[in-house]
Structure formats: structure tokens, C-alpha cells
Design a protein. Structure first.
Length: 259
């Protein structure tokens, strides 16, 4: 059974998590800009019997009340992770971040490296080439669409999704407000954590979906090459959100890594 928790970060923003498991090592999952915490339900079901699993619901993602858009930043997202960890009594954890979730992992590492046992980066990037231009283009598309449901359908068609994932993707993206999504877009694509990568000294797994057109393979290769002893793995039949596009293959990789 998956439970939920709601909590307030120290800056007043609402956050929360979907969680399962009460014993064992802790796994904290962080979703991407177009998803919600529910994108990790397959992993909560798979690992919740042996691990303490929490999928963070980042601020401004529709499932929790919208904050002031000024609070939707990479630092704010990192605060959300710590807020949830502290609420659930989790001191150290393996952080599994997809897309924006990987960016959050890098930001969090700068702040509290002592809380990491290991890290898994999925379909992400330490620096996105022409990131500001990408953020501006996505924001312009949102404004042109006029509302999030319309934009979500347009955006989902570009993500290399398995057909059965289209509806879920649209629903999760559409539940966000336009102001929150615009702020999240700016936060997602404009960071530069390349200098952080060589300092990551815990076990690291970098996962790439072979059909990912949002974060191409060279961006995962850059991360894996810069983190000492990181392992790079590619998942067949998966696009940008590997853990949801091909759960059996992703779960197998994660289980092997945790062992």
C-alpha cells in the first residue's frame, strides 16, 4: 500500500511524498518537470518491501498547493527533498532522480553530501546546451497553447513515449498551473553543475533511455565520465522517463546497483 504525507518546507512552500516501506535502507525518488510523484509508483511497489521508499512531490506540481512562483527554484526543490526526508525520519539515502530530479540531486549534493549513500541519475544533465533558449522556447509554447492540458498533449507527442504512457503523461503535466510550470521550466534547464560532478564520491549509476530525445546520450555520458567510478547504462524501449517507460528493465538495473 502506498501512503502519502504532506508537509511544509521552511520557506512556507507545500511539499510531500508518496511512500512505502518502514524498514531497511532509504530510497528517495525525485520526479521530472512534467511528472508528479506518482511516476515512481512502479518503483515503490517493487522496492517497498525491502527498502524505505519515498517519492517526493515537488512544490508547484498540482498534487500540492501552488506556492509563490518565486519559490520554485532548484534550491527550493532541494529543500523539498530534505523536508520530506526529515519528516519521515530518513537521515541517509540513495537519491534516484529523473530529468529535473537529477538536477535536484546535483544541487542537493552541494548542500548535504553527508546524507547521500549513493545516487542514481536518470535521463538528466549537469548542463543543458542552450538551456536558456530551450526554457524560453518551452515557455513560449505554454503561452501559445493557453492552458496546461493543451500544452501537455503537444509536449507529450515529442517525448518518444511508448503509446500506453501517453495518457498518464498528459494527465500529470496538465495538473500543474501555468505559473508554476513556467517557473519550473526556468529552474530545470538553466543550471550548470559540471563542476560538482567530480566531487561526487558515493556510488553512482547513470541511466539513459535509448529513445530519449529530450536528454540525448552525450549528456548522460558527460555525467558518467565526470563522476569518479560512475556506471552508465542504457535501457531499450525507453524514452525520457526510463523508470515509467520500461519499469522491469529499470527496476532490474536499480536492484543490481543497490546490491
Amino acid at each position: 500500500m502506498i501512503d502519502t504525507v504532506r508537509c511544509e518546507a521552511r520557506d512556507g512552500a507545500s511539499t510531500g511524498a508518496r511512500y512505502r516501506g518502514s524498514s531497511g535502507r532509504a530510497l528517495i525518488f525525485v520526479h521530472g518537470v512534467g511528472s508528479t510523484a506518482a511516476i515512481w509508483d512502479s518503483q515503490l511497489a517493487e522496492f517497498g518491501d525491502a527498502y524505505r521508499c519515498a517519492a517526493v512531490e515537488l512544490r508547484g506540481n498540482g498534487a500540492v498547493p501552488d506556492p509563490d512562483p518565486a519559490l520554485i527554484t532548484r534550491a527550493g526543490y532541494a529543500t523539498d527533498v530534505l523536508t520530506v526526508a526529515d519528516k519521515l525520519g530518513i537521515e541517509r539515502f540513495t537519491l534516484v532522480g529523473c530529468s529535473l530530479g537529477g538536477v535536484v540531486a546535483f544541487d542537493l549534493w552541494q548542500r548535504v553530501p553527508e546524507r547521500f549513500e549513493s545516487v542514481v541519475i536518470v535521463g538528466s544533465f549537469a548542463f543543458y546546451p542552450d538551456g536558456q533558449r530551450s526554457a524560453d522556447g518551452i515557455s513560449a509554447s505554454v503561452r501559445e497553447a493557453g492552458d496546461m492540458p493543451t500544452f501537455a498533449r503537444i509536449r507529450a507527442e515529442k517525448l518518444g513515449l511508448p503509446p500506453e504512457r501517453f495518457r498518464e503523461t498528459v494527465e500529470q503535466m496538465a495538473c500543474k498551473s501555468v505559473p508554476s510550470y513556467l517557473a519550473a521550466t526556468q529552474a530545470t534547464w538553466t543550471g550548470d553543475y559540471r563542476g560538482v560532478l567530480p566531487t561526487i564520491d558515493v556510488p553512482a549509476l547513470v541511466v539513459h533511455g535509448e529513445r530519449d530525445v529530450v536528454a540525448p546520450l552525450p549528456l548522460s555520458e558527460e555525467i558518467a565520465a565526470a563522476i569518479p567510478d560512475a556506471r552508465l547504462a542504457s535501457v531499450p524501449g525507453a524514452g525520457h522517463v526510463v523508470n515509467a517507460d520500461n519499469p522491469p528493465a529499470f527496476n532490474k538495473l536499480l536492484r543490481e546497483f543497490l546490491r
